[in-house]
Structure formats: C-alpha cells, structure tokens
Design a protein around this ligand. Sequence first.
Ligand SMILES: [Zn+2]
Length: 288
Amino acid sequence: MLKYFRESFGLVRARDVLSNPDNFRQFDAVSDYPAGAREMLLCGRKKDETRGWELLPGYSRVNAVMGYQLQEKHLAMVAQMPGLQRLGLLNPKVDDFSALAAAKKLEAVFIEDATNLSTLSSFAQFRSLRALGILDAKRLNDLSGLESIPQLEELALQCGIWNALKVQTLQPLAGLKKLKILYLHAEVADNSFEPLRHLSSLQELSLNLQCPYSEMAKLAAFLPEKTCPYFAEPYSTANTCRKAATHTVIVPAKGWSKFCKDCHPAKLDEYLAEFARIREDSRRRKAW
Ligand SMILES: [Zn+2]
C-alpha cells in the first residue's frame, strides 16, 4: 500500500513526503548534481536561485524533487524531468500548478505554505496523481477539482493550529472511491460531512475537532469504526482541569463543550450514548 504521508507532531510536513530527506543536498547549479542523482533540492528564490534549469530533463534517474519558492517557469521545467514521481513544494510562488500535468509519472505532490493557492482546479489534469497534500494554504476555500482525480489514494488538507483551513463544502471528495488515507483538518462552511460517507476504500481518517459532533456520529454509521479514532471515543487531553493535573479532560467535537471526565464521569456516558444514538439512527435508516 502506498504511504506517502507520515504524521509528525500532528502535522504532515513536506519533508516527510520524500523517502529519505537526508539524501537531499542542495547544489548551486543543476550541473553540480551527479549524473545518477535520484533526488534534487531546487531553489527558486532570487538571491540563491539554482542555476541551469534547462539541464533538468537530462537527469532521468531523479524521481523526487523538493522545491523552495519555485515560480511557474520553474514548475514547467521540473515537469520535463522524465522520472519525476514525487514533488514537495515549500512556499511556491504560484497559484496555478497546471504546468505540472506534463509530468506523466508524477504520483505525489505535497505543497506547504502555499500562500497564493486559492483553488485546486489546476490539479484536475493530473492523471497519475495518487497522493496530494496541502499544508497551510489560508486562501484555499474551494476544493473543486478533486472530483477530477478519482484515482487519488491519499489526501491531506491541513492548516496550522491558529489559521484553520476554511472550505465551503466537501462535495468534491464524494467520488474519491480509491481514497485510503484522508487528513482533513478544516472548517467546513456547509457543516456537512455527508460526502465522506461514500469513501468506501478509506482506512485512515484524521479529523480535527472542527468536525461537528453529530456529523461525526453519522459518519461512524457508514465507515468502519477503526477508520477514525473519534468513532470509538472523543479526544482527551491531560492536565487542563483546574482540580488536578492528573484529570482527563475530554474535548469533544464541535457542538459539545469540553468537560473533565474525572470531575463529571456521567458526562462521558452521556456523550457516548448520544453519539451511539445518532449513529444507530443513521445505520437503521441507511440515510444521513
Ligand atoms: Zn477534573
């Protein structure tokens, strides 16, 4: 099974996209890389821009590229690399990524700190894409385009803790029948997680607490319990209760206020019973 994204400290980082980040060495010029190089680190930043981009197509063994502050003209040249499978982009100076569609073997794209990115429509032509990760794209609010990459197996959409990703709807995800891993840390304006019920291949779902509680319960009716840890129990954290540092504080999904399990043990039962009631109701009716 493909596993492009690994989680560290709760966030997927661009460097984790690439199998062995230690192998990435930065040279001043493309021609400094050995002929058999498998990975490249390229810089588009003016003051230390990598030289010799026109030589990239000659590096046929390179399968992974990490790019820093690349512009559209750089993407067009990276896309000419015949063996390119994985691409990590840190702070790209681009909104339109369609130039990458020319990379016919490109399987995984991870974009971090994409301040210009507002739509995913330019990914619609990526026929070979299996994994897409976007971290910290505060202007992104429209997920349209995802419906055109039904072969996607891994998807990570995350913003930082203090600047939540806000999207209008999850509808574009409904047709991703091959999706196995989904990291969705976003606020959803229409408050509906119904599109996710159709993700029949999903094995791993990471949701943050922006997910409305009743939506999570309904989702639990359609996806296997092991898909998401919150289907079995709410998120708990230690030592924020004023009474004692050892107390377990439960932070339920949106719609339930947090409570201390040790000070209010009945609250947890109440939470779980209500969760089960909503889940069973959806299950019985086979409807959202
Ligand atoms: Zn307590």
